[in-house]
Design a protein around this ligand. Structure first.
Ligand code: PBG
Length: 325
């Protein structure tokens, strides 16, 4: 049998498979999401997300140190405030949980990149990502809130701000507020193509941010659209986004690939809470090998074109990579 090309030649053993492997995973590419509460000594498990907790800033510092020691480059912080109101005013409280945690982490865990999620849904009593007028989120009224929130994160020492609200024009509003206040060097990672997804379910428990009426379909994208993702990303880049994100990741690998190919910008992908919890739940039942499913998911996101991955698996995956050597 004179077969010229026998693909199995390059699959003979682990060493040769590693030699020809096209995509790699590294803890450098991981961004670990963390949920910060007010107070001290708080570490409350999030039921739907095994291994994740709502934590006060003091405990978060330890978590951040552990992540850094595992080689993880960055964390992204989500705040659960003491007080919520219609206008989400605690989003820019200089003593808020996120602002406090930034300072803690920056002073105690040097070198770890601290990204902050900029959004209103954790801070509003109605759980929507902005100011409500006539039963819907008012786009332009929300921009000021987001700009104040991003500025307060920068003032507290954040390295990167990441708006996740999906209002039109937020990147340019935030960029000019940061610039006017001397923060020209703080990058914006925009949640540029963020879909209205069922896979955010567990996160909304974790961040206590479920909308109290309606849903997010008037601002987040329709899962059926891909051309629109290109327009969204183009807009954010035009407005000054430095890193663009696609979210969720696994159901949108085609979108990740398209965005990477069209723009050649740094692309982040958010391997969201539902993608994490599904694997955890199935593994708990013994229906699949959780570690292998985790690594396969993460490599597929990188193969699709993501440069970095926001993932609740960050610590476990970093440990698995260390084991592989
Ligand atoms: C806030 C925000 C959400 C997520 C990140 N930022 C929730 C939402 O839009 O409802 C979801 C993250 C996840 O599911 O892991 N707007």
């Amino acid at each position: 049998m004179g077969l010229i090309y026998r693909p199995r030649r390059l699959r003979k053993g682990e060493s040769i498979r590693r030699l020809v492997r096209e995509t790699s995973l590294s803890a450098d590419d991981f961004i670990l999401p963390l949920f910060v509460t007010p107070g001290k000594g708080v570490k409350k498990p999030i039921k739907s997300m095994p291994g994740h907790y709502q934590m006060s800033a003091d405990n978060m510092r330890k978590e951040a140190k552990e992540a850094k020691d595992l080689g993880i480059s960055s964390v992204i912080l989500f705040g659960i405030p003491e007080h919520k109101d219609e206008a989400g005013t605690s989003a820019y409280d200089p003593k808020g949980p996120v602002q406090t945690a930034i300072a803690e982490i920056k002073s105690r865990v040097p070198g770890l990149i601290v990204i902050t999620d900029v959004c209103a849904c954790e801070y509003t009593s109605h759980g929507h990502c902005g100011i409500i007028k006539n039963n819907d989120v008012d786009n332009d009224a929300t921009l000021e809130l987001l700009s104040r929130e991003a500025l307060s994160h920068a003032e507290a020492g954040a390295d990167i701000v990441a708006p996740s609200d999906m209002m039109d024009g937020r990147v340019s509003a935030i960029r000019s507020t940061l610039d006017d206040n001397g923060f020209t060097g703080i990058p914006i990672m925009s949640y540029a193509a963020k879909y209205a997804s069922a896979f955010y379910g567990p996160f909304r428990d974790a961040a206590e941010s479920t909308p109290q009426f309606g849903d997010r379909r008037t601002y987040q994208m329709d899962p059926a659209n891909s051309d629109e993702a290109v327009r969204e990303v183009m807009l954010d880049i035009t407005e000054g986004a430095d890193i663009v994100m696609v979210k969720p990741a696994l159901p949108y690998l085609d979108v990740i690939r398209r965005i990477k190919s069209e723009f050649n910008y740094p692309v982040a992908a958010y391997n969201v809470s539902g993608e994490f919890s599904m694997i955890k739940a199935a593994a708990e039942k013994g229906w699949l090998d959780g570690e292998r499913a985790m690594m396969e998911s993460l490599i597929s996101i990188r193969r699709a074109g993501a440069d970095m991955i926001l993932t609740y698996f960050a610590k476990e995956a970093a440990k698995a990579l260390q084991k592989q050597g």
